[in-house]
Write a protein that binds this ligand. Structure first.
Ligand code: ARG
Ligand code: ZN
Length: 855
């Protein structure tokens, strides 16, 4: 049943024009779909269309209604034998949006109709050639009650609107750009609309419209401004302009993912549109700008040039993530943005490589496409694009992009086409580089150094090796761009090395023995091994030019501390942090760097996931205990300094603005530490009551949670009261409740699902509770008795019947049983086996069966 990349065949029929006419009704929407079909060979043949869970009412070819024996319908296909080489096909289909809890195809979100078609959701709307290499011009008619659904939206331009005698309105949208079905969208509802406009460099006036729930208009302002910034940035950076007269964004509460780049009509999870200072954190604002940018950038990388098949998903996603990262870096701090991306790779992506779902950025085999919207395809995909950018330079990369659009505008292409454009525009052979698209897994880069005082020569010996992954045993050497700096005599010299062999030596003429800074800017997504001393790491943290390298040195330093602390636990001794590290922190607190957000990063002990990824077999409770011990020690030994730093940072009237964001970040770090030593009840109350923004309030709740503060319960219930009618904010409360690191959390979880605002149908709620439970509560999720696993497994099974995509994402932490000690392995395998004995969705079946067969 799995599909393979190597089986790709061009379609036998193609569709040039599509006309869709929807008569909306919650339980019986009538769709008339008309297609102009053309056979590629010019001969008559069998047409096979994709379709799922559709009620087919009639089929007509060239105006003639077919009798039921002239075609065949299966659970996944409509088969029409003997279709003429050129034909007009008309289908009448009945849909039940109200019953659609999978949120794929046409569904209802709080009474509004909306669609989600990527990857293969259009086949739940109509029988179609539901594949990205069939590009058609779409005309969409929507007919619905005019009063209940004032907004009737689809892709492209509105060309007609009229009131019918029966009180319904009929609108017609025409999208002039041929597109694959996954970019189709329809929305109908009663919204508030925030309007703006943008004039492109070449003078096109674009109407910008944000559709949000009634009463939320003011909360869309930041998203609108973000869109304008993104539009300008893409013109300035890549010379890419918007191509329609209107750009619409609709915010819906029920959505499986973050957002969707439908042509001219983006649909967003409301949490990535709505924000104001009272209800959203600095992080929320950041995410909104980045996702608004991401979806906008898709208009060129995804829509104008799309994917030939879904194995090429990274063609648009890796590239668009890279583009949104560059955008965010230009809007804020390049270093902090890079650190965030590195964290994602080192936690989630390395974990994916090490687990049963390992795959290259261009997967070779897929059972359920929705399972491949992964951190590998997206984020490692972006790292691969970034390496091209590093190797070719800003100008070379731009030349490659220009050639890519010149060659492929309006086409559905492959990752190879993209690399070819980069290669040809730069006259550079990239054949070795292409291995990044075929090979899965995390390369390990071992580095040794040697200094020859007589020859005044410094040598780096580098070895790369990629361990086998679940999907692929044999690995080859890759092209690794390795940025380094050599530190000596207070100076730093930068180099870009290109490693192409399994083992390679690089030498440098030097006068003194330098300290090498390796993999600056995280120039390749690999695991680095080099034996640094504590003193060298601190020197790098102080002297390297590259901010990411400075941060990374501290990360490595902490990893060494974790190993030492766990060894001490095993020998029953106390572990004391080295004086030099404490001194480094003391200085940092007394004299923070100019970049306060970067200072805050340096002062933060790595999170559990970052540490866990360093172990082949993860000693869960030991890590949790070690990290908690570090925080405790830092809190005690630097108690005065945390307070001094906290008090020296004043809070101003809230603005989402870099300097302020940085101040709040550092203040919040200080607050977390402060609560580990003293009660600090007054200070907590003070910040909670007097702050004018969600960021500072949430910081208090986090500090209380982390230190199991007596104030936690009362502040939480105050927060719940205050925000009970605002589900987006309430999700933060769900999240904090579910991540409380104490066995009481198990009864809390039960209470949360009985909360009046909780709904199994809404993915945001389910993730706010159970996503938080496994991502932010490792001690309880991995509870000794296996209760955490059981809770999640039950939820996954329950969700699979409601929404398979959500179930399939939630199951992730249960799959990597190999990474734990034998007792936990048994518990995990047992819950997976129970799952597999049930009737599962494709989504869940693919993951659970892979996990168990990797035994
Ligand atoms: N293309 C969308 C984005 O990256 C995500 C769509 C995900 N859809 C899915 N079925 N997994 O912005
Ligand atoms: Zn995307």
């Amino acid at each position: 049943q799995a599909k393979k990349l190597s089986d790709y065949k061009a379609p036998e029929f193609t569709i040039s024009d599509v006309e869709l006419s929807f008569e909306l009704n919650p339980e019986a929407t009538l769709l008339t779909a008309t297609y102009q079909l053309h056979s590629a060979s010019g001969c008559a043949g069998t047409l096979t269309l994709d379709g799922q869970e559709l009620k087919l009412l009639s089929v007509s070819v060239d105006g003639q209604r077919l009798s039921a024996d002239a075609y065949q319908v299966t659970s996944e296909q409509l088969i029409l034998p003997g279709l003429p080489a050129k034909a007009q096909l008309e289908l009448k289909i009945e849909l039940n949006p109200k019953a659609n809890t999978a949120l794929e195809g046409l569904y209802l979100s709080n009474g509004a109709y909306c669609t989600q078609c990527e990857a293969e959701g259009f086949r739940r709307i109509a029988y179609y050639l539901d594949r990205p290499d069939v590009l058609a011009r779409f005309t969409t008619h929507i007919i619905a009650d005019a009063k209940a659904y004032p907004a009737l939206l689809s892709n492209g331009n509105l060309v007609h609107s009229s009131l019918l005698a029966d009180g319904r309105r009929h609108v017609t949208w025409v999208d002039p750009f041929p597109k694959p079905s996954y970019l189709f969208a329809l929305v109908a509802g009663d919204f508030d609309c925030l309007k703006g406009s943008y004039t492109t460099g070449s003078g096109r006036e674009v109407a910008l419209e944000f559709y949000v729930d009634k009463g939320n208009k003011h909360r869309a302002q930041f998203a609108l401004e973000s869109l304008k910034r993104a539009m300008l940035w893409d013109e300035q950076t890549f010379g890419l302009e918007y191509d329609l007269d209107i750009y619409m964004v609709v915010a819906v509460d029920f959505f499986n993912m973050g957002a969707m780049e439908n042509k001219g009509l983006n649909v967003f999870n409301s949490k990535y549109v709505l924000a104001d200072q009272a209800s959203a954190t600095d992080t929320d604002f950041f995410n909104i700008e980045s996702i608004v940018g991401h979806e906008y950038f898709h208009n060129w990388t995804g829509n104008r040039v799309t994917c030939r098949d879904w194995f090429q998903l990274s063609l648009k996603e890796g590239l668009t993530v890279f583009r949104d990262q560059q955008f965010s870096a230009d809007m804020g701090s390049r270093t902090l943005n890079r650190i965030d991306a590195v964290k994602t790779i080192r936690t989630a992506q390395f974990a994916e490589d090490a687990g049963p779902m390992a795959h290259p950025i261009r997967p070779q085999q897929v059972l359920e496409m929705n399972n491949f919207y992964t951190v590998t395809v997206y984020d490692k995909g972006a790292e691969v694009i970034r390496m091209l950018h590093t190797l070719l330079g800003q100008d070379g990369f731009r030349k490659g992009m220009d050639l890519y659009f010149k060659r492929h505008d309006g086409q559905a292409v492959t990752c190879d086409d993209f690399v070819n454009a980069m290669q040809d525009a730069n006259g550079r052979d990239l054949s070795l580089f292409r291995r990044w698209y075929q090979q899965s897994g995390t390369p390990e880069l071992k580095v040794y150094s040697q200094f020859d005082a007589k020859k005044r020569e410094f040598k780096l010996l580098m070895q790369q090796h990629t361990p086998a992954t679940a999907d692929q045993a044999e690995k080859q050497p890759l092209l690794l761009p390795v940025r380094i700096e050599l530190l000596s005599e207070g100076r730093s010299q930068s180099y870009l090395l290109e490693m192409t062999e399994a083992s390679q030596e690089f030498s440098f003429a030097v006068s003194q023995q330098p300290v090498p800074v390796l993999l600056a800017d995280f120039s390749a997504p690999v695991k680095l091994q080099y034996h640094y001393s504590l003193a060298e790491l601190l020197q790098i943290a102080r002297e390297a030019k590259d901010g990411v390298a400075r941060w990374d040195a501290i990360q490595q330093l902490w990893q060494l501390q974790v190993k030492a602390a766990i060894a001490a636990q095993h020998s029953g001794t106390d572990y004391q942090l080295p004086a030099a590290l404490l001194e480094f922190y003391r200085q940092l607190l007394l004299q923070p760097l100019d970049d306060l957000a970067f200072t805050a990063e340096l002062l933060t002990v790595p999170c559990y996931d970052m540490v866990a990824e360093q172990f082949e077999q993860i000693p869960v409770q030991e890590i949790v205990q070690a990290l908690q011990g570090f925080r405790q020690q830092l809190a005690e030994k630097l108690a005065e300094q945390w307070l001094f730093c906290y008090q020296s940072l004043r809070s101003e009237a809230y603005q989402y603005e870099q300097q302020q964001v940085a101040q709040r970040a550092l203040r919040s770090v200080c607050l977390q530490y402060l609560c580990f030593v003293k009660d600090q009840g007054l200070l907590l109350q003070q910040q909670y009551q007097s702050s004018d923004n969600m960021t500072d309030q949430l910081a208090v709740l986090r500090a209380c949670r982390n230190s199991a503060h007596p104030l936690f319960a009362s502040l939480m219930s105050d927060f719940e009261q205050r925000w009970q009618h605002d589900v987006l904010v309430l999700d933060k409360w769900f999240n904090l409740s579910a991540s409380y690191p104490h066995p009481t959390v198990f009864s809390t979880l039960q209470q949360l699902t009985a909360h009046p605002q909780f709904s199994w149908q809404n993915p945001n709620r389910v993730r706010a509770v159970f996503g938080a439970f496994y991502q932010q509560n490792p001690a309880m999720f991995h509870a000794e008795d296996g209760r955490g696993y059981q809770v999640l497994a039950d939820v996954v099974l329950k969700m699979d019947a409601i929404n398979p995509q959500v179930a399939s994402r939630l199951v992730t932490p249960l799959l990597s049983w190999k990474r734990y000690q034998p007792a936990r392995q048994q518990q995990l395998k047992a819950v997976l086996q129970t799952m597999l004995s049930k009737d599962l969705s494709n989504d869940l079946y693919e993951k659970v069966s892979k996990s168990l067969s990797s035994d």
